[in-house]
Design a protein around this ligand. Structure first.
Ligand code: SF4
Length: 205
């Protein structure tokens, strides 16, 4: 049903559509804001079956997301080669000819990973099972708060109180951006670091 839509993958013997990514079959993440998503690179949040945004702090159950309508729709779209709302950061990179997270994750999880064959079987079984995945997620990323004393360069104020303070101190804090759960890491900090001489510079050795 889907095979004719697939293209040759790069580092594995399998074929994948141009929008396929293994994450919705293996991964769940939570944001400090209490929303849930299928990838930390993707924009947006997972919705409940009634269309509302799933909010853990409002009593929604994380156990319901794994095979809910939104997750299953994302899996189907990826298998059928449709662009998935939220995955624009990867499509934008690919449109520019730059390797995307998506392409790297295919290599990582379905090429190099010691359980690559089992993960592939999970994906294959779900296609024949209305995109339900019976196995539990392989990879959980639960971000339970923002208290942080580091300020890693790739992070952002939504996840780090130290970065939040840094941006506030430099009057670079953007309320609108903070309200978004996910956006490109470098949109906030990369620009800030690049354009403000008071923020520590990358050290290249
Ligand atoms: S395609 Fe990109 S944004 Fe979408 S799930 Fe994969 S890595 Fe995340």
């Amino acid at each position: 049903m889907v095979k004719q839509n697939l293209i040759q993958g790069t580092e594995t013997n399998m074929t994948y559509s141009k929008t396929f990514c293994p994450y919705p079959w293996i991964h769940v993440m939570t944001q400090p804001s209490s929303t849930v998503n299928f990838c930390c690179v993707a924009n947006g949040q997972i919705k409940n079956d009634d269309g509302s945004i799933l909010m853990l702090n409002k009593g929604d159950d994380i156990g319901t997301v794994w095979n809910n309508n939104h997750y299953k729709k994302i899996r189907r779209q990826m298998i059928e080669g449709e662009r998935v709302h939220g995955c624009e950061p990867c499509y934008d990179l690919e449109d520019l000819g730059i390797p995307s997270y998506r392409e790297n994750y295919i290599k990582d999880w379905l090429g190099f990973h010691p359980n690559a064959d089992q993960i592939q079987q999970i994906i294959d079984r779900s296609i024949d099972n209305d995109y339900e995945v019976e196995e539990t997620p392989q990879y959980l990323d639960f971000r339970l708060g923002t208290l942080c004393n580091l300020r890693c360069r790739m992070c952002q104020s939504q996840n780090s109180s130290a970065i939040y303070k840094e941006l506030k101190d430099e009057e670079l804090y953007n309320e609108e951006e903070r309200d978004k759960d996910n956006h490109c890491f470098m949109c906030e900090r990369g620009d800030s670091i690049q354009h403000n001489p008071n923020i520590r510079k990358p050290s290249i050795t």
